[in-house]
Design a protein around this ligand. Structure first.
Ligand SMILES: *[C@@H]1O[C@H](CO)[C@@H](O)[C@H](O)[C@H]1NC(C)=O
Ligand SMILES: *[C@@H]1O[C@H](CO)[C@@H](O)[C@H](O)[C@H]1NC(C)=O
Ligand SMILES: *[C@@H]1O[C@H](CO)[C@@H](O)[C@H](O)[C@H]1NC(C)=O
Length: 484
């Protein structure tokens, strides 16, 4: 009897232990891409010109080696292979974005391209046939040129232009797509876009960044409300914005206050209006003060009317987190200045450091600190309550070729380990992880130099042959076993 009891007991301990180390049964594992980075087919059929077509063709000196996304991974033709890869990995979802000018060649909703419609129908239906949920980003950095020429996201009219596009894509795809992201990374779009780091690669760190912040939020809110009112009752999908939530921790105790401001600058500037309503008060005050100091007659951060603030508040069904790295924040002394992340550091008067002993990925700013992800997940819950969180991007960048990507395997393992702790120990409702990225692709101004792919792409082969790296095999085994 005793030994039987011992067996039962150890079985119970063993199964509890296994459960602790396993991802919940409904946890979703995915991988991500974005239209301009993978599709190519830049002028296939009746496709119109995006601002990336314009930038890479007109100012090739801005991109590494003059690279373009004209062909990229040729997913415009190789989409069947992409689905096959997603199936090989055992993914529960594939995140991709819609090329605005492939669907609406003029940018406006006056004309819908049959070819564009067919392309995404094939991709969506192909994924669903393999039991893979499409997670669709409506807009991922590839604005129609015609709109950028009129100021892009600094022009208030973008709110209607984007909403019209969103309404078209819901009418085409909402019957099958349950997970939506309106706009990818407002921080990337506004701050990187107007600090010369991605298209439109203009320089207006003091003004355009803040105008863009306001109109990107209103554009998101309008698209969310159209979905919520006209499509959600029928199709029960979920929609939000995805955040490039750079994560900041203090270097020393005296750096804590400015660290909080950096997190406000990069995350709460977009999260606070959506989750709580209006700009975060500390940040709004800071930018107003800094504006007066610089001789402006009003804050460069445009205010919201009461009506606008109400309109944006609550426009989420989940939190979409893109997390890559952590920065340690230090008060800037003398003329010490930081380059990254753009507008925030000089505005707040800080520079960034990496922790002792941190490894770095290929870009010098990319420090590896897996605990940062768990800390940030806790911070999100503290700020916004017990919201459902989907990690919609996380991945490792290198600039070497080859399939033996030991560092990427380690990165995925360690970051996923922190996600598991956040779920099991902190009881945070993280329901998905999405690897950036399914395959090497056009990494914006870094062209094909920087690689994030778990599949390698041979950019010299006509069919852009994709081959799994060790990280793809590792990820597939994690998904299969639901543990690390
Ligand atoms: C910053 O200050 C240091 C030391 O005072 C000086 O050598 C350097 O030239 C200054 N740099 C700039 C960009 O002003
Ligand atoms: C997580 O959020 C989803 C969606 O709101 C909900 O269905 C689920 O019950 C939540 N899980 C936990 C553990 O709270
Ligand atoms: C792609 O082309 C290469 C030769 O360039 C060939 O070996 C390979 O089988 C092709 N792959 C597919 C999926 O067509």
């Amino acid at each position: 009897m005793l030994s039987l009891r011992a067996v039962v007991l150890s079985f119970l301990i063993y199964s509890t232990w296994c459960e602790e180390l396993s991802f919940p049964p409904d946890f979703m594992f995915g991988a991500a891409s974005a239209a301009y980075q993978v599709e190519g087919g830049w002028k296939a059929a009746d496709k119109g010109e995006s601002l990336w077509d314009a930038l890479t063709h007109e100012t090739p000196s801005k991109v590494f080696d003059g690279n373009t996304g004209d062909i990229a991974c040729d997913s415009y033709n190789q989409w069947r292979r992409d689905i096959e890869m997603a199936a090989e990995l055992g993914l529960s979802h594939y995140r991709f974005s819609l090329s605005w000018t492939r669907i609406l060649p003029t940018g406006f909703a006056n004309y819908i391209s049959e070819d564009g419609k067919n392309y995404y129908n094939n991709l969506i239906d192909g994924l669903l046939a393999r039991n893979i949920e499409p997670l669709v980003t409506i807009h991922h950095f590839d604005l129609p040129s015609i709109f950028q020429d009129m100021g892009g996201f600094t022009n208030p009219l973008i709110v209607d232009w984007f909403a019209d596009f969103a309404r078209v894509v819901y009418s085409l795809f909402a019957d099958r797509v349950k997970y939506w992201i309106s706009i990818n990374e407002p921080l990337g779009l506004c701050d990187a876009g107007y600090n010369g780091v991605i298209a439109p690669a203009l320089h207006s760190p003091d003004l355009a960044v803040y105008l863009c912040s306001k109109y990107v939020l209103l554009a998101h809110a309008k698209a969310w409300r159209i979905y919520d009112e006209e499509y959600k009752p029928k199709y029960h999908g979920k929609m939000t914005i995805s955040q490039l939530a750079l994560w900041f921790e203090p270097l020393r105790e005296e750096d804590e206050e400015r660290t909080a401001l950096m997190n406000a600058f990069c995350e709460e500037r977009f999260g606070h209006p959506i989750f709580k309503g209006n700009w975060p008060p500390d940040l709004a005050m800071l930018i107003e003060e800094r504006s007066f100091e610089k001789g402006f007659s009003r804050s460069r951060l445009p205010s919201f009317t009461q009506q606008e603030a109400e309109y944006i508040k609550g426009t989420y069904d989940y939190y979409a987190l893109n997390h890559y790295t952590t920065f340690l924040v230090k008060i800037a002394e003398g003329n010490e200045s930081g380059i990254w992340p753009f507008t925030g550091a000089p505005e707040i008067g800080v520079v960034f450091r990496q922790g002792e002993g941190w490894e770095t990925a290929a870009p010098s700013w990319f420090g590896i600190y897996p605990e940062g992800l768990r800390n940030q997940l806790n911070w999100i819950r503290e700020k916004y309550g017990d919201v459902q969180i989907l990690i919609t991007e996380n991945g490792y960048a290198d600039d070497s070729n080859g399939l033996r990507d030991v560092e990427r395997v380690q990165y995925i393992k360690n970051y996923l380990g922190e996600v598991l702790k956040a779920i099991k120990i902190d009881k945070i409702n993280v329901t998905a992880y999405t690897a950036w990225t399914l395959m090497d692709n056009f990494e914006w101004l870094m062209g094909y130099k920087i690689k994030y792919g778990i599949y390698e792409v041979d950019f010299n082969s006509p069919n852009r042959t994709r081959t799994p790296r060790d990280s793809a095999n590792y990820y597939a085994s994690v998904i299969k076993n639901r543990s690390l």
